[in-house]
Design a protein around this ligand. Structure first.
Ligand code: AVJ
Ligand code: FE
Length: 436
């Protein structure tokens, strides 16, 4: 995939754009109009905003910037600029109604595919080199498809989406942790054609030896923390996290409730018993950090996470994915909203890293200990508002992608970030400890 020629890249771009649009259609056609217009949570936009914003970003980058075309509807740009209006404000904007939003996004797409046909991928400008702009826009749409799935999870009312469950596996009984040797490793990438600016450039990092959990922390393990009074004991909590859970009466992961002596959770409109073997989901960084401290461990740093995911001790080189350089397939990882939940811990042995760490890609986004910061020699590309404006200590990094992430927006180098209080996202974690 790294050495693909222009025609293969063009086909790949077409496939990525088409896959994203099919997912967008599913997420916006499975509910009635009022549900598209409603704000299901102040943290989220109305679904119809995401829909037209997807079209507007595509118009901005593929039609106006790459192809030099005039704006189709300059009057709507402000409405769909994520920096002009907060999510909470968006329902009161003069949004395009659902039918118009669909028509606009479809019209943009028709023209974008003409641009894709006529664009040279080699010897061109940096933005179209290896089809980057098209890959970036496919990733942008898929990121909003994950955002829209979060909105579906927050929505009240009966189930609108369904998907088959992941295959059951016996409870994971292998080694609880893996030793990752100390020494240098290459973090980030300078060669992955569609890697976004914050993943670049590749650079060497020294890492001390550490142990990391073989699988993500499960609901069963997390319930032991609850049963041990973890949410009532300030010792385990970062002071800001302790203040936050007190103020908001947080006593369990989001969407959980206690009933009849067991933990239930609501998931896409259905209430079910919390499955003990599944990775814990919908926890904040503060909750992940507190659990780790209670367990006598800590969250892995972002560097440790990436070394566990990409380092091949046999060659010393960093892979694209834990299993190698091949794109993700259905036997490697739970990605792409094929399932609407994480797979049980211990699933996907074929997706393990050379050292045997499992489920690093897919299932749940994994909180790391690290702030979201630029790599040495970072340059914003193609716009500062993707990453640069977010760098700093307010955001913590998440890695690996969730069941809701499409393979096009998921790599061993991919970086996500959010506030440490956030938990409506598809977030979980694994823990680590120093080897010494
Ligand atoms: C990378 C998930 C933090 O949703 O805020 C979408 C992705 N950026 N449109 C977000 C994004 C612009 C971004 N995250
Ligand atoms: Fe966006």
């Amino acid at each position: 995939a790294l050495a693909a020629g222009p025609e293969a890249l063009r086909a790949r771009a077409l496939r990525a754009l088409t896959t994203a649009r099919a997912r967008t259609a599913l997420l916006t056609e499975c509910v009635e109009e009022p549900d598209l217009l409603a704000q299901h949570s102040p943290l989220m936009s109305p679904l119809v905003w995401d829909l037209a914003h997807i079209g507007n970003q595509e118009e901005l980058w593929l039609l106006r910037t790459v192809a030099g075309r005039e704006a189709m509807r300059p009057e709507i740009d402000g409405i769909y600029d994520a920096f002009e209006h907060s999510r909470a404000e968006r329902p009161s904007l003069p949004l395009l109604p659902p039918e118009e939003a669909r028509r606009y996004a479809a019209e943009v797409r028709g023209r974008a595919l003409d641009v894709l046909e006529g664009t040279a991928f080699q010897g061109g400008r940096a933005l179209t080199e290896a089809g980057f702009a098209f890959g970036m826009i496919a990733q942008h749409e898929q990121q909003h498809d994950e955002t829209m799935l979060i909105t579906h999870q927050l929505r009240r009312g009966p189930q609108a989406l369904t998907a088959p469950d992941p295959a059951p596996v016996p409870p994971y009984e292998g080694p609880a942790e893996v030793l990752v040797p100390g020494g240098p490793f290459t973090m980030g990438t300078s060669t992955e054609p569609w890697a976004l600016d914050n993943e670049r450039p590749a650079h060497r990092r020294e890492v001390a030896a550490f142990h990391i959990d073989t699988v993500p922390v499960t609901n069963g393990a997390y319930q032991e923390f609850l049963a041990d009074g973890g949410y009532e004991d300030a010792r385990w909590w970062d002071p800001a996290g302790w203040a936050h859970i007190r103020e908001h009466s947080i006593r369990a992961p989001q969407f959980w409730r206690r009933e009849g002596g067991q933990w239930l959770r609501r998931r896409f409109g259905v209430t079910e018993v919390v499955p003990p073997g599944e990775p814990v989901l919908h926890v904040s960084w503060y909750e992940a950090d507190a659990y780790a401290r209670w367990a006598g461990r800590r969250l892995p740093t972002e560097t440790e996470w990436e070394k566990a995911a990409r380092f091949d001790p046999a060659t010393g080189r960093s892979r694209r994915y834990p299993w190698g350089d091949a794109d993700p397939g259905p036997d490697h990882a739970n990605l792409g909203q094929r399932h609407l939940r994480p797979a049980p811990a211990g699933s996907y042995p074929q997706g393990a890293s050379p050292l045997g760490v499992r489920q690093l890609i897919g299932d749940v986004w994994e909180w790391t200990a690290s702030d979201f910061l630029p790599y040495p020699r970072f340059t914003a590309f193609p716009y500062k508002e993707y990453s640069e404006v977010f760098f700093g200590p307010e955001y913590k990094v998440l890695r690996g992608g969730s069941f809701a992430v499409d393979p096009v927006a998921c790599r061993g180098t991919f970086r996500n970030w959010d506030y440490p209080i956030r938990r409506q996202i598809f977030s979980g974690f694994r823990t680590a400890r120093d080897a010494a």
